[in-house]
Design a protein around this ligand. Sequence first.
Ligand SMILES: Cc1ncc(COP(=O)(O)O)c(C=O)c1O
Length: 449
Amino acid sequence: MPLIHQKSAEIYARSRVLIPGGCVSLNRRVEPEIVFVRGEGAYIYDADGNRYLDYHAAFAPFLLGHACPQVDAAVRQAMDEGWLLSGSGTAPWEADAAELLCACVPTLQQVQFTTTGSEATYHALRLSRAYTGRPDIVVMQGGYNGYHDEVACNVMTPISAIGPRNPGGEYPFVPLTAGMPPGIEEHVHVVGFNDTAALENLFKTGKIACLLSEPILQNIGLVKPLPGYWQTVRNLCTRYGVVLALDEVKTGFRHAIAGYQSILGIVPDLSIFGKAIANGYPLGAIGGKAEIMNLFDAPDSAKRVMISGTYNGHPLVMAAAIGTMRHLLQSDGAIHSRLDALGAALEQGLQELFQQAGIPAVVVRQASAFCVYFMDHAPFDWHDIAENHNMELDVRYRRALIERGIYQFPLATKQGSISAAHTNNDIEMTLAAVSKALKSSELMGKAGT
Ligand SMILES: Cc1ncc(COP(=O)(O)O)c(C=O)c1O
């Protein structure tokens, strides 16, 4: 019996009347149209009462699971104690959150807080330009760094729009949105991931203020750096005076408490965090070298970089971040070890099931984040995915799992995220559902086509 989504359909019908596209943030609009109304631990519930094991995690922030007791208790306490948004001066929780963030991520000498990851990456660009006096920035083909004009480009770009792989060169700027003023592309350079020659060729021009990139491309699944890639990039940035701004909005706190940079062993000039830092509450953060961060408070107003936002440092969000970071610090690595073990079990089980079913597939995983690519090797850049991954099978696979109570966002290459609330039983249940799906006609009837 297919799942019933009658109430979801009714709510969509109402939303469509006044909300263009029927939902806020139209990157959330997918088929099937399910309206989720409650989350607890590893599970989410829709308006019709159907229950799903959640691997979407709202695009990854819920590292500790939905309604995490430790995080929600911190938020409730802040409400009970009347923590306020005064809009005037600082607050003790700002100092607490800053101290905790710098304790978690040792490369951060100073930090600032925003409400979203996009705002924080926006500030990274401004800081870098103010610091270097240079105009241009570099981003990755297949990377996502937020919605603002210069970075809203080149994620899952059709190859017809960017041409074949161009080692050592750059790709045309392909906007993700209408409504940009002309000329934005003039100062943005798009290169392939894992292509250090392309970076050096651009850096040599002396125009580049900043390289802004995710350390692992996690908005096209999981595209990992080749061994030594980030060490070379770090050296190139130092040699050419380019600010290395590592976008850890997705990788930060998820792969390690000190960010993926701690696994790489590199020191970025700036780091950007969001998502898991407050376990689903809206927080962005930027931090790094004091000499760059201090530009937010430069004595010379011509050199000062503006930071402002009515809701920056919102007390309930700060409480959530403090609760999240304290919980992770107190676990002393145990949460991340457990997440890694769950991830390993899922990876191995999935790989075996695909092998048994004779479907060419590779499971790419970093700790609790994973992606199944229907191709015969782990991809190393966007071109590799666009040319080899079976996108249509990917979407059918996700929909077949949703029908079996396993929620992975039904859009090709979107990352799966395990939370600390998932259990070994949940992983086993997932594998049983995948096994059934791989035998089903809705998936296998058309597999390989
Ligand atoms: C790597 C990365 N950077 C920045 C952002 C933007 O963060 P936000 O959606 O909070 O503005 C995202 C969002 O998905 C992201 O994945």
